[in-house]
Design a binder for this molecule. Structure first.
Ligand code: 4NP
Length: 157
């Protein structure tokens, strides 16, 4: 079974939404070899909390139900997951610093690497903005997720 983890800063906006979009899209692919996803944050500011209510509201309108509880990334995640997907460049740089071996570093990707629309090279942090920012997060996630799912299926176990 292939496993992906999505990482952002606080694990209450972008990465929980990514997890929900992934889970819904994967269920429509119907491949039993690809079913596990998780998300985490670089920080523990919001550990134990449900995702931001604005992110949950915008996601629910598109049929994505976010149920994850915020947690901070741990070292075991670098072994556990086949793909480790950062929401922005700063998160990716931090992940590469946290990774302790080459194999772990090779698993780290930027979400927008999977996007067809090359207008954005990061998933912008919506936390301090308005509705449009949350919609943009979902637009970018919906664009890149099918390619990410294909890539995950091709990862060697
Ligand atoms: P996220 O958004 O990284 O997409 O979950 C943020 C959530 C919280 C904070 C920053 C970004 N914060 O500063 O508390």
């Amino acid at each position: 079974m292939k496993k992906v983890i999505f990482i952002c800063l606080g694990n209450i906006c972008r990465s929980p939404a990514a997890e929900a979009v992934f889970n819904k899209m994967v269920s429509s692919v119907g491949d039993s070899d690809i079913s596990l996803s998780d998300s985490a944050g670089l920080h523990d500011y919001h550990s134990g909390e449900l995702a931001d209510s604005r992110m949950r509201k915008h996601s629910a309108r598109r049929g994505y139900h976010i149920t994850s509880i915020s947690r901070k990334i741990i070292q075991a995640d670098f072994q556990e997951f086949d793909l480790i997907v950062a929401m922005d460049k700063s998160v990716m740089i931090s992940l590469k610093k946290l990774a302790r071996d080459t194999r772990s570093i090779e698993k780290i990707f930027l979400f927008t690497d999977f996007c067809n629309n090359k207008e954005y090279n990061e998933v912008p942090d919506p936390y301090y903005g308005g509705d449009l920012g949350f919609e943009l997060v979902l637009d970018i996630l919906e664009d890149g997720m099918p390619n990410l799912i294909s890539a995950l299926l091709k990862v060697r176990s």
